[in-house]
Ligand binder design. Sequence first.
Ligand code: GLU
Length: 304
Amino acid sequence: MDYQAILESIYEDIQPYLSQGKVATYIPALANADTNSFAMSLNLLDGRSFHVGQTQKLFSIQSISKVFTFTLALQRYDKELEKFVGHEPSGNPFNSLVQLEYERGIARNPFINAGAITITDLLTSANKEVFEEILSFIRTISHDESITYDPNIAQSEAKSAYRNYALINMMKSFETIKNPIEMVMDTYFKQCSIMMNTEQLSKSMLFLANHGIDPISNKSYVDISRAKRIQALMLTCGHYDASGDFAFRVGLPGKSGVGGGIVATMPNHFSVCVYSPALNANGNSLAGTKALELLTTKTGLSIF
Ligand code: GLU
């Protein structure tokens, strides 16, 4: 398969879609993103990689960080984790409060904000310096020690995070959050503002595409059943209330972030990351989703 030619044809096809979405403005530091930017990187398990567009451009990974923190939490808590956070799609927006109240502070899944904040709290209980652990894990699986976070983006989100504070306060009232709110939110904002490009992010997902084993280092990060569970949740919950639509159009486990990135895996074949900052109404990259739809259509490869 000529992946490079496929990526190049996708790059041409998505041009009309770039201007159709809207960048996230509820985090002021994201509001000025250039909607013409587009990048796509694909890594095969055999070590080859293919790239198109501005694949060196760094952007904040936002909710893609939830895949990394969920992986760390599974490593640490395994089945115990089910007591603290569910694994059903929420059918609600990423920052919705409604379900959380009637489900008594237990978040539906680790990829909505309430669930991700719970995961960060659990990791904090085990390690007060957890942000260093998250960053170090991301650097290791991306094979890049230069990765870091942008304090301006973290601060910008902290200043306008009314909903996230509402979520954590509600959970605290149900006693499902154990650590001080500021301590958990500080880590959460930092993990969301980690800056990566599509080359690094695509590489970081290789271990999931390969049943938990990084094919570059041959190191195992999760066993086969945890790799299955992480990707099952990416498929069913990775795009919030548009997860069904993403599965329907793309047919791959994926995780989006409001910074405009989407990562996806095709188990046994490849990992991929696409970046385009203008979002659709559900907060997922509009042209990015289209690009992944074109990828599975043109390659004939999806999990179905
Ligand atoms: N930092 C963002 C928030 O908490 C992440 C949301 C996302 O990427 O979907 O609102």
